[in-house]
Every structure is written in structure tokens, then in C-alpha cells.
Design a protein around this ligand. Structure first.
Ligand code: GLP
Length: 265
């Protein structure tokens, strides 16, 4: 079926009826990028996201793997973020999320799947964050980055800030405090507000924006306002997703109709 692509602020925007269609469309784009990177360079380097949004996307990748149309051979993955501190054995950790939703169900090689380490002592966090960036660089940078968007417009855990746009565009991987909206939204997946870990390690804005292609997936009416502001509002660090406009030509948004609800038709 033909799905129309709109251009908004220089970015491609695809709107499909519901979250299943969005997950399938996003999975199709991901597989295309992965396959062309493997053809070009012999391997693909992809940035992955967590949260409720990509669950259907991962289910679709797992289904394609099960029917043998998709393999993760010669694929390296780098996750966007991880709570801090957290043990990989903790269900709230994004490492355990990835294990549950993807890695235990596909043929990825364990030493090719990278997540920031929530157990690093605080004195070594900056060195670990720099090391994570070096791993990405050593893999010749990300071919693809999957992003969700927070209700407050965050990408990864790059939260709204009063920094200038130039300063925000230079942010690298680091330890951050979570925004109150992010903590409230994380309560469901963490098993209650009291169990939300209030800090996290996140890939920086600069790291994310240097990926060769970026796919933003947003589902549900609770994302509509942030999506419309990021696509059509000013570029501002107070809404980190709007910073994607600065690399518009490599960004594709995949939205279900409720998430596109605040965009002009
Ligand atoms: C989470 C993650 C982000 C994610 C975003 C949206 O907390 N750290 O990487 O994209 O916030 O979350 P959700 O998909 O659950 O709405």
C-alpha cells in the first residue's frame, strides 16, 4: 500500500492510521537502512531506543526474524540511554528491557549490543560516557538512530533546558537528572512513582544528531503537542526534539493518527 510522505520543516513525515501500522512502517525503514549499510560497509551500526513506544517495533523485528526474513548478523547496536544507578539484573534497567523485547529473540551477537553501564561508580561516569562515544566512533558512527519523544519533547534523556541552541547541539553522552514530567511518565513502567530512578545516562544531542539517518516514532494523542511543536515550532533547547530540525534532511517521523492530531492537515 502507498503511504504518502509529507515534508514539514524539511523533515519527512509519515502518518499512518494506528500504532500497529506505525510499528510495521518503522520496522520496514529500519530493515532497509540496515540492509543497505551491510551492502555498503559489510555491517550496520544502529542506535536503539526503549520505553513503551518501540515495543511494537521490536515485536515486528522479532516476527521478521522468526520467519527468517531478518538477521542481526554483522549488526552493532548502541542504546540511547540507561537509568543510573541501576543493575542490569534490575527489571527497570534498559539492558533488561532490550533482553526481553529483542536480544533474547534474535541472532544478535552479545558483544555487538551496547548499553551504557548503570553500575559504573560515579567518579568514572564521565570516562565511561567518553568510552561509549569512542565505541560508536570506532564502529564508524551510527547508520541509523531510532528515537521516541517524551511528552516534554525530550530525546533519549536529553531533557528540556535553558541552554542556547548552540550549546544544546554540542551536548555529548553524560549523566543527567530526569525532568518531573519524565519521572511521572516512567512510574508505570518502573512499578510506581517511588520506584522511578531519578537520574540516567544518555547519549548526547550531538551524538544522536550525527547518525546518518534518524527515525522518530511517536504514538498516541499524549504525544501530539510535543510532536507538533517539534515539527513546526522554533528550534529551542526547551523542546529538545525541535533540535532535529537542524539536521532535517536525514530525519523521518513516523506517527499514528492520534500523535499527528495537533498538526495542520
Ligand atoms: C523514555 C526513554 C526515551 C523514550 C521516551 C519516550 O523515558 N528514555 O528514550 O524515547 O522516554 O517514552 P515512551 O515511549 O514510553 O513514551
Amino acid at each position: 500500500m502507498y503511504t504518502p510522505v509529507r515534508i514539514v520543516s524539511g523533515m519527512k513525515v509519515v502518518v499512518v492510521p494506528d500504532s500497529d501500522a506505525a510499528s510495521q512502517f518503522a520496522a520496514g525503514l529500519f530493515v532497509d537502512v540496515m540492509n543497505s549499510a551491510r551492502q555498503r560497509a559489510g555491517r550496520a551500526v544502529v542506535g536503539l531506543a526503549t520505553g513503551s513506544t518501540p515495543r511494537g517495533f521490536y515485536a515486528e523485528l522479532v516476527a521478521r526474524h522468526a520467519e527468517r526474513s531478518l538477521s542481526f548478523r554483522n549488526v552493532s547496536t548502541f542504546n540511547l540511554d540507561e537509568y543510573y544507578p541501576v543493575s542490569p539484573f534490575d527489571d527497570r534497567s534498559y539492558r533488561s528491557y532490550m533482553q526481553r523485547h529483542l536480544w533474547s529473540k534474535v541472532d544478535i551477537e552479545p558483544n555487538h549490543a551496547h548499553v551504557l553501564d548503570g553500575t559504573v561508580p560515579e567518579a568514572f561516569v564521565a570516562a565511561h560516557a567518553a568510552e561509549f562515544e569512542r565505541w560508536i566512533e570506532a564502529d564508524d558512527e551510527l547508520d541509523f538512530q531510532l528515537l521516541g519523544v517524551g511528552r516534554n519533547g525530550h530525546i533519549g534523556f536529553n531533557e528540556p533546558t535553558t541552554l542556547s541552541v548552540d550549546e544544546a547541539l554540542r551536548l555529548r553522552t553524560r549523566l543527567v537528572d530526569l525532568h518531573p514530567v519524565t519521572r511521572a511518565d516512567a512510574a508505570r513502567e518502573c512499578g510506581g512513582f517511588d520506584r522511578v530512578i531519578p537520574r540516567a545516562l544518555t547519549m548526547g544531542v550531538a551524538t544522536i544528531l550525527s547518525a546518518r539517518s534518524i527515525l522518530v516514532l511517536a504514538l498516541g494523542s499524549h504525544k501530539a503537542e510535543a510532536v507538533a511543536a517539534a515539527l513546526t515550532g522554533p528550534i529551542t533547547a526547551e523542546l529538545p526534539a525541535s533540535l532535529l530540525q537542524s539536521v532535517a534532511e536525514k530525519v523521518t517521523w513516523v506517527l499514528d493518527e492520534p500523535a499527528a492530531g495537533a498538526l495542520a492537515r
